[in-house]
Every structure is written in C-alpha cells, then in structure tokens.
Design a protein. Structure first.
Length: 313
C-alpha cells in the first residue's frame, strides 16, 4: 500500500501482535506503539524483542508499528525478518516527525505510544504510562529519574528553551521533548497539519496541548546513552527548536509572545515622551514611531488571539 506520491510502503509482518487482556489495570487499554527508525541496525532488533517481552508480560493488547525512515544501513533487512510487527517504509529519509506522523495515521488503536529504537528510553515504563492515560490527554516520560545520561552540551540551550516554553504555555514543563509518551490519536490528529517533520515534533505537540488546555501528565523515567550515532545536530536543532517554539507560541498563545514586546515599545515611548517634554521640548519622530509600533503590536496580538479563540470554538 502506498501514499503521498509513493514515499512509503507498508508491510504486514506475521500479522498484528495481539495479546489477551490481562487482569491488571495496565492491560485494559489497547494501544499502538509507533517507533521511527533511521539507521538503527545496532539496536532495533533488541528494542523490538525487549518491547514485545515487556508488553506481553503485562498482558497488554497492542500493535507495534515501526517506520523505517529511509535507512541506508541494514535496519530495513532486520525489520523485514522481525515477527509480530507492522513495518512501514519511507523510500527516502523524511525526518523523525514525518515517520511518527506516518505511524500515527496507520495506527488502529485510539491510544498511541511513541518511543525510539536506540534503547535510550526504558520501555518497561510503557504499561504504566498507558494506565495513566486513563485520566490524561497525554502522558510524558520525563527524563528526570535517578539515572539519566544526557550530553552536557545540550543541557544549557535546552534550559533556556524550556523556560521560554513554560512562559508561553503558562505551565511547568519537566521535559519538553521526551520521545517516550502516550497520547490519544484523535487529539494529536487535530494538530497533525502543523506538526513538523523533524525532531521538533515532540516540542510542538507539547506546546500545542498545553496552550489548548489539554491534560498533560509527567512521569519520571531514566534515560540511557544511545546505541549508535545520534541524529541530532546541537547547533542546527537548537536554532530549529527556537523557531518551533516561537512559531507555536504565535499560533496558540499570541498574547504571550507579542504583548511583552508591545509593552517594551510602550515603555520606550513613555521614556522618550518624557525626554521630549522636559528636555527637548519638542515631539520627536522616535517617540511617534515607538507609539505606533506598540499600538500596532498590541492590536495585532489582540486580533491573533481572537482568531485563535474563534478557530478553537
């Protein structure tokens, strides 16, 4: 089966992995696990094996969807020999977010779990995260556990990004872009058209749900060093995260983004107006420009907020 101009192909491998629902609360909610895979030949087989063992042991009803995102190593061959998974192949590398969106579209269950194929995330948490989704729109495995291996070079810019994201969302965000999370398919489908095709997918869906007042839970998890080479480019992806946060903030919380800037221009107007009155005794162009800029930004923020609220009705 193909779609989007033949960009991907779907393979059904040995049917769908279906387990009997166990007596525990964790097995009462069927879900689809979506795993994007790009050049993960060193870890993907072990990831699938461990995941199946964990979910079977918990008595879960589930399916595993793996999207081979144009891998150039042996990832595709390994997955074609795997059993009890659904394999979807992108003919070329489209990006982390694009792979997730493909998997989400093909998921048959109303609850979606996403995780990575590099063994960084402790997938044994999945049954418990799924059980928490009973009372939440999204449950995030927050990498704030006792054993977290995270590159120091990524901690500094991430700290500033998280603080700004919290300002936009008016909410505490323990982990902005964790790749282990559970959410409702119907909820995320509402935002699929604005979710990016790159690593900013998780950042965007976090802000999208928080700024639209969905319920988001965070559960502490560990985070291990990845097997294989990281696909993240620190400088490029940090700049991309900033762009995504600004864009998402403008889209969902324009008042939070534009009004502080308008306020700064208005303060500048008051300062220069005082100088014009008491020192220069003349109304200067700088004062008028600052007044016009603050007024226009304020009106733009109000109009954008009205449009956002109208579209959300």
């Amino acid at each position: 089966m193909g779609e989007n101009g033949g960009k991907w192909v779907v393979h059904e491998l040995d049917g769908n992995m279906m387990q009997e629902i166990g007596p525990s609360d964790e097995g009462d909610y069927p879900f689809s696990v979506v795993i994007p895979a790009y050049n993960e030949e060193l870890s993907i087989a072990a990831t699938v094996e461990d995941l199946q063992e964990t979910l079977a042991g918990a008595g879960c009803q589930y399916e595993i969807i793996i999207v081979n995102d144009g891998s150039t190593d042996k990832t595709g061959e390994i997955l074609k020999n795997a059993s009890n998974i659904r394999l979807i192949e992108h003919r070329r590398n489209l990006g982390y977010g694009a792979a997730l969106k493909t998997g989400i579209r093909h998921a048959k269950y109303p609850l979606i779990v996403i995780t990575d194929g590099d063994r960084t995330y402790p997938n044994h948490y999945i049954p418990h995260l799924v059980s928490l989704a009973k009372t939440a729109d999204m449950v995030v495995g927050a990498r704030i556990g006792d054993n977290v291996t995270y590159p120091t070079i990524r901690k500094i810019p991430k700290w500033f990004l998280v603080r700004f994201a919290e300002w936009v969302a008016k909410s505490s965000i323990p982990d902005l872009n964790s790749g282990l999370r559970v959410f409702r398919k119907a909820t995320v489908e509402r935002f699929l058209n604005i979710l990016p095709d790159n690593f900013s997918f998780t950042t965007t869906i976090t802000l999208a749900l928080l700024t639209n007042y969905y319920t988001v839970y965070y559960h502490p998890i560990d985070y291990h060093a990845r097997i294989g080479k990281s696909k993240i480019k620190p400088i490029r992806d940090t700049l991309r995260f900033i762009q995504i946060i600004l864009r998402t903030g403008v889209y969902f919380a324009p008042m939070r983004v534009f009004m502080p800037v308008a306020g700064l221009f208005f303060i500048g107007f008051l300062i220069t107006l005082s100088q014009d009155i008491f020192i220069r005794q003349d109304l200067t162009e700088r004062t008028l420009i600052l007044l016009v800029a603050s007024t226009q930004l304020g009106m733009f923020a109000l109009l954008a907020d009205m449009m956002d609220k109208r579209n959300g009705m």
